[in-house]
Design a protein around this ligand. Structure first.
Ligand code: DCP
Ligand code: MG
Ligand code: MN
Length: 339
C-alpha cells in the first residue's frame, strides 16, 4: 500500500487536498501536463504537513507551492470550494473537450478540431467523422478504459501472460510494473515487462511478437493492438487491450521487452511514477549523465541549453540499485517513489 493512501482522512489538510486533487484530475483530463505536475507536487507537499495550512503566506513558504497554488489553498480553506473548479464543471465546451480527450490516443489538437467542426457527442464522431482504428476502439470501449482496474485483476492479467509465456519457454518472466509495483490499490492500465535471463532483444521480439501475441489473440485474451505514438518504441513495446476469460471489460495492456543488461534501467523507468522519473533524469543531467529506460550514461556532452551533443558511455543498466548509487540517491522502495 502507498503509505499516504490511508492517512488522507486524518490529515489536517484533508479537505484542501481533496479539492486540489479534483482540480488536478481536471487538468490531467485536459492534458495540461504542466499544471498536472505542479498540482501533484503541491499536493504531495501538503500531505506531509503535520498542521493545517490556512493562509497563502504559509502555503507559499512550502516546497513546490507557488503563489497561484498558495492562493487556491487559501481560497479552499476560507470558502470550502474553488471557483475555478466550479466554473470548469459548468462550462459545456469544457465538458465536450474532456469527453473527447478521454478517447484513447486523442490529443488536444484532434479534440479541438472535432469541436470546431460542431461535434458534441461520441455518437456524432461515430456517425460523422472518419476515425482511425484506434479511435474506434477507444470510443467503443470508452467506459472500459476509463474504469480503474482493481489490483487483483491487474495481477490476473499478469499471471495470464506469464502462464502463456511459460508454455513457450519456462525461463521467460512477465513482471507487473507501473502503479501496481508502487503498491496502488487500482491502476489505469496493466504494464508488463517481459524478459528472459541471457536473451537478446531479437530473441525476445521473436517469441513475443511471433508466438505469444498471436497465441493470446487466439484464446481471446488479447483483443486489439493500439497504435503507438513513438516511433523509437517500435519493436520493444506493444500497446493494446486484453480481457480475462469470464469478463467483458477490456483493459489497456502495455508490454515492454527488456534484455537482461537493461533490466535495472527498465525497472526504474517502468515503476515510475512519472514525476519521480523526471526528477531522476534531471539530476542525471545536472551530473553530466543521462538516464533513460535503457541505462545510465556518463560523459554526455551538452550544449548551452542542456541539449544533448553526444550519447555518452554506458555506466549501468543491469541493476536498479546500482543506478541509484551512481546517481548518489538513497535507495527508495517502489512504493516510496510517489514523486
Ligand atoms: N512513464 C514516464 N513518463 C511518461 C509515461 C510513463 O516516465 N510520460 C513511466 C512511469 C510510469 C510508467 O512509465 O509509472 C508506466 O506508465 P503509465 O502511464 O502506465 O502510468 P502508471 O502505471 O504510473 O499509472 P496508471 O495507474 O495510471 O497506469
Ligand atoms: Mg500503468
Ligand atoms: Mn502504461
Amino acid at each position: 500500500m502507498q503509505p499516504n493512501a490511508n492517512a488522507t482522512s486524518q490529515n489536517p489538510n484533508a479537505r484542501t487536498i481533496q479539492v486540489l486533487e479534483e482540480m488536478c484530475k481536471y487538468y490531467d483530463q485536459m492534458q495540461d501536463h504542466w499544471r498536472t505536475f505542479a498540482y501533484r507536487r503541491g499536493i504531495a507537499t501538503l500531505r506531509k504537513q503535520p498542521t493545517k495550512v490556512g493562509t497563502r503566506e504559509e502555503a507559499a513558504e512550502l516546497p513546490f507551492i507557488g503563489s497561484r497554488l498558495a492562493e487556491k489553498i487559501e481560497e479552499i480553506v476560507w470558502t470550502d470550494r474553488l471557483r475555478k473548479l466550479d466554473n470548469t464543471r459548468d462550462d459545456p465546451t469544457d465538458q465536450v473537450l474532456r469527453l473527447f480527450l478521454g478517447i484513447y490516443g486523442v490529443g488536444l489538437s484532434q479534440a479541438s478540431k472535432w469541436i470546431q467542426a460542431g461535434h458534441r457527442t461520441l455518437g456524432d464522431l461515430v456517425a460523422k467523422v472518419k476515425l482511425t482504428e484506434s479511435q474506434k476502439v477507444g470510443i467503443e470501449h470508452y467506459d472500459d478504459f476509463a474504469t480503474r482496474i482493481p489490483r487483483a485483476e491487474v495481477e490476473a492479467h499478469g499471471a495470464f501472460v506469464q502462464t502463456a509465456l511459460c508454455k513457450n519457454d519456462s525461463a521467460f518472466e512477465a513482471t507487473v510494473m507501473g502503479s501496481y509495483r508502487r503498491g496502488a490499490k487500482d491502476s489505469g492500465d496493466i504494464d508488463l515487462i517481459i524478459t528472459k535471463p541471457g536473451a537478446s532483444i531479437s530473441e525476445l521480439r521473436k517469441v513475443v511478437f511471433d508466438t505469444l501475441v498471436p497465441q493470446l489473440y487466439k484464446v481471446g485474451f488479447l483483443k486489439v493492438s493500439l497504435a503507438t505514438s513513438h516511433r523509437h518504441d517500435e519493436g520493444t513495446k506493444w500497446h493494446g487491450a486484453s480481457c480475462l476469460p469470464k469478463s467483458k471489460t477490456w483493459r489497456r495492456l502495455d508490454l515492454l521487452l527488456v534484455p537482461e543488461e537493461e533490466m535495472g534501467a527498465a525497472l526504474l523507468y517502468f515503476t515510475g511514477n512519472d514525476i519521480f522519473n523526471r526528477s531522476l533524469r534531471l539530476l542525471a543531467s545536472k551530473k553530466g549523465m543521462r538516464l533513460n529506460q535503457r541505462g545510465l550514461y556518463k560523459d554526455v556532452m551538452r550544449g548551452k541549453n542542456r541539449e544533448k551533443l553526444s550519447a555518452g558511455i554506458l555506466v549501468e543498466g543491469r541493476s536498479e540499485k546500482r543506478i541509484f548509487e551512481m546517481l548518489g540517491v538513497p535507495w527508495r522502495e517502489a512504493w516510496e517513489r510517489i514523486c
